[in-house]
Write a protein that binds this ligand. Structure first.
Ligand code: CU
Length: 562
């Protein structure tokens, strides 16, 4: 039997010989960039066994283990719930595709329960008014980070990710629990396999250009789609898409309203095979044989072929052919002249507000009739770098916001979080009677909690009706946000600062009584901000005051219309 030391020497020697013989450096073997390794591994799979599925799966498995190690993975006592959630989801992703979303829902449930237990625990919550901004961010039930999105579909060519159910995040969001936010991303020259959803859908094209096809009882509607397009898709309509661009990804945001089970929705793939799994496969063989009047071996073959997933590569030739059908489709791009059901381009519309500090586009049922029955408005805000969207509130809409580009932050005043935290501080050691008294108190004098979160692409937040909110773009780049607003009909946006500040309409006596200050002083403050809707943000204002004159960056921004 060989001694361990001999074995080690032999191993090292072999490794040395192999590495010198084949001319690669040792660092290549242990290249510590997992993404690179994943890419390389997949490439080798394609070359060796094209179309084979297990090989790339092994690559992904390796990749997951590696990244897990990197983030200090493994079972850990006292691991924080966010990490556990992520680890649980990873576990789901390693399982079979068709159970993945249920599995991830389960993880979220666990996470929520755990967080609930942690409430009122060891965290110091002595003074909610005087906490760090970090604390404000951690306790913000209205904010959704990138990890709040769960993969519904994930292939090499793209993915579909759904934001977790609003009620899973907080019971304060129960009012919009029937809505879901979903992102679809597809690589250049790809095909997204036909499917339908048990949800009403409003779709917005954030980036890229493609085609969308909707299969109806007697015809197929086919439209070209591009950046800024809004399109309504009825629940249950079978839809497929292509990204026809050779370079740009297609990035589509979907706002869903469930029609079956509140807050839940599912994709149904008919076309497909093993992956995406075709629902035809659920029927028994004799039923299928009778339905298709075809022997089972041929059916098994048909519904067993597709293994590449729901988003797949298409050749340019195939895409050209599909596109030809689309451009000849009736009604495409006739809006607003014909009775077309085709897309409506939001960015072609005059912005509701526009100045050097930002632009806001809004489309409601008056612009695009199909939004009417859902009572949804779609808006797109582009806040110039360093600028801010002045404080305002919506009279009756709740707003679901997705950040699509840039960085910044939002701040909101919320009486609910304030009273919830009061309750949780006293939670556990309260009698029923005390709780009741407490609740009555909350119906009484109102206090507010400032909630705040940093914003970056693929994060989101919710602004409930009546809540004053401010968004600020960082000094580096414009902050671009897509907003879906529910309860849109007869909603009013009330500004709380700037030229359109509703309080400016009050008479002298009314102001003096309200603020217990001389009217002159109030007017000076209310009239100082001459901008409407968008204005220089805190940083930009400070720079201006310090510099006295415009700095070089600002002059450029001003010149460029931003
Ligand atoms: Cu609130």
């Amino acid at each position: 039997m060989a001694k361990p030391a001999t074995l080690l020497t032999f191993f090292l020697l072999t490794l040395f010989l192999v590495s010198t013989t084949f001319g690669f450096r040792f660092s290549d073997v242990v290249n510590d960039d997992p993404e690179q390794q994943l890419k390389q591994c997949r490439k080798e799979c394609r070359q060796r066994q094209p179309g084979e599925k297990e090989c790339p799966q092994r690559c992904e498995q390796q990749y997951r283990e590696q990244t897990k190690q990197r983030h200090g993975g493994g079972e850990r006592e006292g691991e924080d719930p966010e990490h556990q959630l992520e680890r649980c989801r990873e576990g789901c992703r390693q399982r079979k595709q068709q159970h993945q979303s249920e599995c991830e829902d389960w993880c979220e449930q666990q996470y929520k329960e755990q967080k609930g237990q942690g409430r009122g625990g060891d965290r110091d919550r002595e003074n909610p008014q005087r906490e760090s901004s970090e604390e404000q961010e951690r306790n913000n039930p209205y904010f959704f980070d990138e990890q709040s999105f769960t993969h519904r579909v994930r292939t090499e060519e793209g993915n579909i990710r759904a934001l977790k159910r609003f009620s899973m995040q907080s019971n304060l969001l129960q009012g919009i629990d029937n809505y879901r936010l979903v992102i679809l991303e597809a690589n250049p020259n790809t095909f997204i396999i036909p499917h339908h959803c048990d949800a009403e859908i409003v779709l917005y094209v954030v980036r890229g250009r493609g085609n969308i096809n909707i299969l109806k009882e007697n015809n197929k509607e086919s439209y070209n789609i591009r950046r800024g397009d809004i399109l309504r898709i009825n629940a249950g309509a079978t839809v497929f898409l292509i990204n026809k661009d050779n370079n740009e990804k297609l990035y589509v945001a979907k706002f869903l309203q469930s029609v079956a089970t509140s807050g839940h929705y599912r994709e149904f793939f008919g076309a497909g095979g093993e992956d995406p799994e075709s629902f035809y496969r659920s029927f028994s063989n004799d039923v299928l044989e009778a339905a298709f009047k075809t022997p089972r071996d041929r059916l098994e073959k048909l519904f067993g072929q597709q293994r590449k997933g729901a988003i797949i590569k298409a050749s340019q030739e195939q895409i050209r052919t599909i596109e030809r059908h689309a451009s000849s489709a009736k009604g495409s791009h006739q809006w607003p002249f014909g009775e077309s059901k085709g897309p409506f381009n939001l960015l072609n519309k005059q912005p509701t507000h526009s100045n050097n500090y930002g632009k806001l586009w809004e489309a409601d049922a008056d612009d695009y009739k199909p939004l009417q029955d859902l009572d949804v408005q779609v808006a797109f805000a582009n806040i110039s770098r360093g600028g801010m969207h002045l404080p305002f509130y919506n009279s009756k809409s709740a707003k679901v916001v997705l950040v699509v580009q840039g960085t910044g932050y939002f701040e909101m005043a919320c009486p609910h979080v304030w009273s919830q935290r009061r309750q949780s501080e006293q939670g556990g050691r309260q009698s029923e009677q005390e709780k009741e008294e407490e609740e009555q108190q909350h119906e009484g004098p109102v206090r507010y909690q400032r909630v705040r979160s940093r914003l970056s692409p693929n994060t989101g937040f919710v602004v409930p009706a009546g809540h004053p909110v401010v968004t600020v773009a960082s000094g580096n780049e414009n902050l671009q946000m897509l907003c879906f607003e529910v309860n849109a009909w007869d909603n009013h946006k009330y500004y709380l600062a700037g030229k359109k500040n509703i309080l400016r309409q009050m008479e002298k006596e009314e102001k003096e009584l309200s603020f217990s200050s001389p009217a002159k002083e109030i007017d000076e403050i209310f009239n100082a901000q001459g901008e409407e809707a968008f204005a220089p943000g805190p940083e930009q204002l400070q720079e201006r005051q310090e510099g006295g004159s415009h700095g070089p960056l600002e002059s450029i921004l001003d010149f460029a219309g931003f």
